[in-house]
Design a protein around this ligand. Structure first.
Ligand code: BGC
Length: 752
């Protein structure tokens, strides 16, 4: 029975707007022929059918049913109880059996189904950190990973995976750098989208998060990020725009921070103007946990208050219903919210085939896949005299530090996953109240020392934990090779003050390398570090947080059974002085504050992102004419590549890559826009990856994303007529070939 007659809900109106041609000024300039404001995928039959079905269901909703889907519950059973039907995880939304709407079970996160301190009594397959995935430059691999993570989520009964971290790493000290793919919008968008595509192939929903500009953890719940709208659309928002096109996520999670004075979860500009009206996004927006400032967020475009008890008030239940009953505008908005949530539910068939705990998981196979991602993301930064790979077994090896006897480091916070048995080592942070239990340094059970001993059974391999420098130095002098494991722990909830290795590790490495010049440094860090000892070391292998088979992956790369396949997805600056903000805003006043609350009422914290605007990372250094310690896109391998026959025609480029060395390896040629009408710029406009055995060659084709050639003005991409100089690079500072093309002026609204 139809609840009432409607003249059209907000989303009907939005759909109607999507069907209209664009306003005349743009249509007149638009040479791309279309003029449709929405992203193309949003008009597919699947999404349209889901939206139509959602609209019919919403007609049937009565009374409290209308706010059942808009209110989320916490699903972590501490400190308080959780709803009986919830599976311990990140969140839970009850279903409406009368209307055939299933409950929704949510879990983090991007690196594997999360462990939540073992409260569910199970485990999962932790993959390497997102920045390590970013270093793979390999969307197909990341899609494969997404398929596996999504399959584990489904087999554990979860319908929604809180994955797809698509924020740009504006600051390498951001405590969640390890959870994000890169500093570049194209690379981030492609990879975040690929992981979402893989996850959702299991017929569950993935988010992309945290929309938008959640660039630091310090003061994340109240910081106000200031940035011009055009610059935002050309950078952080572009990453989300591409991720949406590539992944078609059912949900978007809005962020904690404010953007230009408005909470991201209550920003009409972000949630309605950009997401719905410009991109035509048909799915729903859920809040981050405890990120909703008021009921008004509903009118701005937020559809679901996640884990509502974490906010000051539960807004999206009785309060919302009362407003809807009293005010036709709110009434229509509530219908639109339900429609958007149900559109995603139906699009992925959650009502027909909801996830059920089945336990059908091949952990062995999945761990092997995790190892593949780890090696694909490892970046060889230095290799003096070709010391790596250590193909012939040294007689005596000293392994130092990093708890390498026990495991490999992982990043902390909501993304913390674990394999069987949980962490091998848990190093407490200190007394930080309820967070003490979860925000700890945790090591996966994958010992590099053990893996090295298996690879080199004939060698004598000693281990020292590195606590005493004199002891490590004395043994280093006796070894043929020293391998130092250095760690930099990161966690959601706080940022790093600088780029040093903590706990005196820089001094340890310097002393050991002085005692033995054949010192190889393996980095297990969340992001860039400074490396004051670099010139003394023989080799540096960036292994990031390498996941559940990280120890084995490191041993395989060191021995040459695998090659380091990665390139840096973010710049390693020479110093924090080279960053747009030499100090993390608020760091001195707020320190390592996990509570996230304002230190005093009315306390204001601002991050001025207009300093760099869209010129993040390598682009910022190019603008300042400063060079990096290691540039974006950089990485050595165990072979060398030759590039020939670089051609460029309109938005297509091509190059022949050959492996001119003696070992297999991965080539990652990158295309950069170098100048436009003589004005220098530096933007990644395309990339490719080719795994090539020694002596083999392949032609690689690139499609240039036009948005990277354009500027954005009020949501319209515009390319001026003129000369576009495009370079083929092996990193952002090394261009090996260049071509110039002449392109005509063009403007359009959506798509590449
Ligand atoms: C994080 C999100 C996460 C959520 C649920 C928040 O603290 O910012 O990334 O998905 O918690 O655990």
């Amino acid at each position: 029975m139809t609840r009432r007659t409607r003249t059209g809900t907000a989303s009907h109106i939005a759909l109607a707007i999507l069907a209209l041609p664009l306003a005349t000024p743009l249509a007149a300039q638009d040479e791309s022929g279309g003029g449709e404001p929405a992203q193309e995928w949003t008009r597919s039959d699947e999404w349209q059918a889901a939206a139509a079905k959602a609209s019919q269901t919403v007609e049937q909703m009565e009374g409290a049913e209308r706010v059942t889907l808009t209110r989320g519950y916490r699903a972590i059973p501490f400190p308080g109880p959780i709803p009986d039907e919830a599976i311990p995880g990140a969140g839970y939304i009850p279903g409406i059996p009368r209307l055939g709407i299933p409950p929704l079970h949510e879990t983090d996160g991007p690196l594997g189904v999360t462990y939540i301190a073992g409260l569910r009594g199970d485990f999962a397959t932790p993959f390497p950190s997102s920045v390590s995935q970013g270093a793979s430059f390999d969307p197909a691999l990341i899609e494969r990973m997404g398929r596996i993570i999504g399959s584990e989520a489904r087999a554990k009964g979860f319908d929604i995976l809180l994955a797809g971290g698509a924020n740009l790493t504006r600051d390498p000290r951001n405590g969640r750098t390890f959870e994000y793919f890169s500093e570049d919008p194209l690379l981030t968008g492609k990879l975040a989208g690929a992981s979402v595509r893989g996850i959702q192939s299991n017929r569950i929903i993935s988010t992309v998060k945290h929309f938008a500009l959640n660039g630091q953890e310090t003061g994340r719940r109240f910081i106000d990020v200031r940035i011009g709208r055009d610059a935002a659309r050309e950078s952080d928002l572009l990453a989300f725009e591409i991720a949406l096109e590539e992944g078609e996520p059912g949900a978007v999670m809005c962020a904690y921070n404010k953007v230009n004075g408005e909470n991201a979860c209550a920003s009409e500009w972000l949630l309605t103007d950009v997401l719905r009206e410009t991109w035509g996004y048909p799915g729903f927006v859920m809040s981050d946990w405890g990120a909703v400032p008021s009921l008004q967020a509903a009118i701005a475009g937020l559809d679901q208050q996640s884990a509502a008890s974490l906010d000051k008030e539960v807004y999206f239940e009785d309060q919302l219903l009362a407003r809807a009953n009293a005010d036709p505008r709110w009434d229509a908005q509530l219908d639109a919210m339900n429609e958007r949530i149900l559109t995603a539910v139906y699009r992925f068939g959650l009502d027909q085939d909801p996830a059920e705990p089945s336990g059908a998981i091949d952990y062995q196979a999945n761990a092997e896949a995790s190892k593949d991602v780890a090696t694909a993301g490892m970046v060889l930064l230095r290799n003096e005299g070709g010391i790596l790979p250590l193909a012939e077994a040294p007689r005596r090896i000293l392994v130092v530090g990093g708890y390498a006897d026990a495991g490999v480091l992982s990043g902390a916070g909501s993304s913390q996953a674990h394999g069987e048995g949980g962490a091998a080592i848990i190093r407490p942070y200190g007394d930080i109240g309820p967070y003490s239990r979860v925000l700890t340094q945790q090591y996966h059970r994958s010992s590099p020392l053990k893996a090295l001993r298996e690879r080199y059974p004939e060698a004598r391999i000693d281990f020292r934990d590195g606590r005493y420098v004199s002891d490590a130095v004395a043994l280093a002098g006796l070894a043929d090779v020293v391998i130092v494991f250095a760690t930099q722990w990161m966690s959601e909830g706080f940022d790093l003050p600088d780029l040093s290795l903590p706990d005196g590790q820089d001094a340890l490495i310097a002393a050991v390398a002085k005692a033995n010049p054949r010192t190889i440094v393996v980095l297990e860090t969340g992001g860039p570090i400074a490396m004051p000892w670099l010139d003394e070391s023989a080799a540096v292998l960036q292994a990031w947080y390498p996941g559940i088979r990280g120890g084995e992956a490191i041993a395989e790369v060191i021995s040459g059974d695998a090659y380091p396949g990665g390139r840096l997805p973010l710049t390693f600056p020479r110093s924090t002085q080279d960053l747009p903000r030499p100090e993390v805003p608020g760091a001195l006043e707020l320190g390592l504050d996990f509570t996230g609350s304002e230190p005093s009422p009315g306390y204001e914290l601002v991050a001025d992102y207009d300093v760099e605007g869209a010129e993040i990372g390598y682009r910022w250094l190019a603008r300042k004419q400063a060079d990096a310690l290691f540039p974006f896109g950089f990485g050595l391998g165990y072979t060398k590549f030759a590039f020939e026959g670089f051609t460029l025609e309109r938005d297509r480029a091509s190059v022949r890559v050959s492996n001119a060395g003696e070992r297999p390896g991965a080539a990652v040629p990158q295309l950069y826009l170098l100048s436009r009408n003589g004005q220098p710029m530096l933007r990644l406009v395309g990339f490719a990856k080719a795994e090539l055995p020694a002596g083999e060659a392949r032609r690689l084709d690139f499609e240039i994303d036009k948005r990277l050639l354009a500027d954005n003005r009020d949501g319209i991409w515009t390319m001026p007529t003129g000369e576009y100089e495009i370079g083929l690079g092996t990193d952002a500072e090394t261009i090996v070939a260049r071509e110039t093309i002449r392109l005509e002026a063009k403007s359009w609204r959506n798509g590449g």
